[in-house]
Design a protein around this ligand. Structure first.
Ligand code: NAD
Length: 371
């Protein structure tokens, strides 16, 4: 079958994507993918991910997650995502980022933001090239979402609402974080402020576990200074995969897509999952969790803190406004999704999808049919 036919048959539905672009620049050897999924509600905003093993499928799925996330949060933005296929620790990173920026200059419907492997400094390079990026450093008018912990803050607000649906007390709740990066460490910090006790955290090098609790500021410092959580002293050291076997009340996946799937979901022993990462759990695994009575709040509801912040930045709002909007929007959306879940006997992703897609379709009614 012709490749373009495969793309249309396998990749598209009634929402999008509008564009799938593959970029190759032979001098710098830049290889990148951009997917603009849907722009009915406004110009697409979505992160630029940098990793050596990215695929078109991953970027397309992440772009759709952005469409739904932006719609669910009621933002005047559509969804898009980009991926630069390279090691984020590569020596020529600035050059690759600047080349990428020039390559997407004509894609006016897509505004890039930071994601795994890129940061506010990368966004500053893009802004310097094409004057279009969000998640910028403070000095350029940005609200540094990873520094202030926007997404982790939203994860904690989501947990505060979700806990009431399963009668869970946050005070003393055992917390496990998969992927102790920007999202994971800030989720640990803000959930800690609400009384939760971090008992385990992982990264690609391994897991640390202490049933009596791990000191979050010390773990953050260890990760920053030594590069991995495994150098935290007052804890048992386990493999990355062992994390799933640790019993918890709240589990926050904050690493990569599909880290929990049908093969390993059986080992996960928790009551409440707040999805900090994008698409961290396969649909099959989510269904298995639901059958077991584990409440799992979908990614695009729980982790919208970052994109709410960049939308506030886009309209030149303040950090204070960002925190206030994250709190109100994520609390309201979590409640709306879980009310629908329990009143209609759905599982949370189906309820969340229905709410977000209805918003996208409403916006699509105003689009011209002759483009
Ligand atoms: P990050 O790079 O700062 O942190 C990711 C962490 O996960 C790293 O410590 C890495 O070692 C670890 N990791 C990777 N694979 C792992 C695995 N298989 N098991 C355990 N740990 C693993 O990235 P981040 O900004 O925290 O983003 C994490 C996830 O959250 C991504 O899916 C990202 O798209 C999503 N997300 C981020 C934001 C944000 O504001 N940064 C917003 C929404 C969604």
């Amino acid at each position: 079958m012709d490749i373009s036919q495969t793309i249309f048959e396998e990749y598209t539905d009634d929402l999008g994507p509008e564009k799938i672009i593959h970029i190759y620049e032979p001098v710098s050897k830049l290889r990148a993918i951009v997917v603009i999924d849907n722009i009915a509600a406004g110009p697409a905003i979505g992160g630029v991910r940098m990793a050596p093993d990215l695929t078109t499928t991953e970027i397309r799925r992440l772009a759709r997650a952005m469409t739904l996330k932006n719609a669910a949060a009621g933002l005047p933005h559509g969804g898009g995502k980009a991926g630069i296929i390279a090691d984020p620790k590569t020596e020529g990173k600035e050059r690759l980022i600047r080349t990428f920026a020039r390559a997407i200059e004509c894609l006016h419907d897509y505004t890039p933001g930071p994601d795994m492997g890129t940061d506010e400094c990368c966004m500053a390079y893009i802004f310097d090239e094409i004057k279009r990026a969000v998640g910028l450093p403070r000095v350029l008018g940005g609200i540094p979402l990873d520094e202030i912990g926007s997404t982790g803050f939203g994860v904690a607000e989501c947990a505060e609402i979700a806990k009431d649906y399963i009668n869970l007390d946050l005070n003393g709740a055992r917390l496990v974080i998969e992927g102790f990066g920007n999202v994971g460490k800030n989720a640990a910090r803000f959930l800690g402020e609400k009384g939760a006790r971090l008992v385990a955290a992982s990264d690609t090098s391994g897991t640390v576990y202490n049933k009596d609790g791990i000191d979050v500021p010390t773990l953050v410092q260890v990760k920053e200074e030594k590069g991995s959580v495994i150098y935290y002293e007052d804890a048992e050291r386990l493999t990355t995969e062992d994390l799933l076997k640790i019993s918890s009340d709240i589990f926050v996946p904050a690493a990569r897509p599909d880290v929990i799937d049908e093969r390993n979901v059986g080992t996960l022993d928790t009551k409440l999952i707040i999805q900090g990462a994008n698409i961290p759990i396969t649909i099959g695994a989510e269904k298995a969790l639901h059958k077991r009575g584990v409440l799992s709040v979908p990614d695009f509801i729980a982790n919208a803190g970052g994109v709410i912040t960049v939308a506030v930045e886009y309209r030149h709002g303040s950090e204070k406004e960002a925190f206030s909007e994250i709190k109100s929007k994520i609390r309201a959306n979590t409640k709306k999704v879980l009310d629908k879940t329990y009143s209609e006997g759905l599982y949370p992703r189906v309820a969340a999808d229905a709410i977000a897609k209805e918003r996208v379709r409403s916006a699509m009614r105003y689009r011209s049919r002759c483009m």
